[in-house]
Design a binder for this molecule. Sequence first.
Ligand code: GLY
Ligand code: MN
Ligand code: MN
Length: 453
Amino acid sequence: MTSWQNQDLQQLQITHLEQLLTRTRTLLAEQGWNRLVIYSGHAHPHFADDQSAPHPGYGHFLHWTGLTGLSDSWLEITQDHPPRLFCYAPEDYWHATPTLPEGALAQIMRIEPIKARGWPLEQVAEVGSTVVVGDIESLSIPVEKSHCNPRSFVSALNALRIHKTAYEARCTLEASRLALMGHRAARDAFYQGGSEFDIHLAWQKGTQQSESDAPYHSIIGLNEHAGVLHYQHYQNQTPQTLNSLLIDAGVRYRGYCSDITRTWAALDQPRFAALINGLDQLQQKLTQEVKPGVDFVELHDKTHQGVALLLQASGLIKGQITTEAIVETGMTRAFFPHGLGHFLGTQVHDVGGLETASGQPVPPPQAHPALRLTHTLEAGMLLTIEPGLYFIDSLLASLRNGPMSQHLDWSLIEALAPCGGIRIEDNLWVTADGAENLTRASDHGLGVGQPEV
Ligand code: GLY
Ligand code: MN
Ligand code: MN
């Protein structure tokens, strides 16, 4: 354990909030505002219905409060008063009302309960220099439109979320630890012959997290479903033959998300297990390269070279062809069509990965449109490293009909395609001279591929 992992969580949160307050005040002064108001957001009912999707809270509101259970609440930050948190806690006998926060939040902020929805500041002196961020489109507030979510301000606010404090890393470490209990339970349910739905229940029981509190919809795919990148269903029948499980699922802790993927092979699928182990070795090599100064686009390119080598070593690509040619002809893109990783925080795909602090877009290279992170890495960044290798019919079809077809072992592809695909995903915090792998720090030998006997 390193020192930041041992420190008192409340003290870490106070330091996080003090630093955030200083930085936000500097930003307000730089951009000529006197007051920032951040709205928590609220649940939106479905069209012509009284039911709503769960509301996790706006990322910037969570950056300050971590309180996913609040809606219709507001945070006010000024230069000269302590921040004020207006918590919507109505008289409501249909629902449980939120309890007011204590601890570090109550030390740094004034907590004021509000009983009515809507703008909480009765009379706003100098409304003209108030900037408001959040989902306020449908609300009537006494602030002119151009002061609501101004792009340059939101980009600068996003930039404040790129470097995580020790408190944020600690929350993500805990979110990882809780997720790994679910991953262990999911793995066991798979080897006991469970359906996707059984595995989903095992995951929820293992994490003690309900579906609506999860940072994203857990991806639980058996067999070919492991090759659907964001597979969204849970079949309640176990397939006749069980070949593989890909589970990509995370937990939220104090607002912070983990995002972890593991892939498992059935015991009678040794070739697929070997491929998982090969991808795991590549993933671990990449995680060891994560440190300040590394260009993430270059690391993504390196991943393609690693995937090319793995395709050759496993016999999926054969004959006289160089690694460079495999990458340049787009063969690796057919097997690995997503990005190497993304920022992680109060949103699972956290903000700021594709823009500068002044809001200039930094788009991914044309050849890799799905890459969500184009920065050079710096200490404090928190990100995922998630290489993959999949058998996706539509992408393989373009290879089969293309000039490189002869280099592929189609009978091996057909033998492995019923296993769907592989993704191995960990969460890392960049340090001064390397990175801490928050996932492997607490996986207690969970492993990948097949369970150790
Ligand atoms: N869970 C979605 C992703 O890995 O980015
Ligand atoms: Mn994921
Ligand atoms: Mn991810």
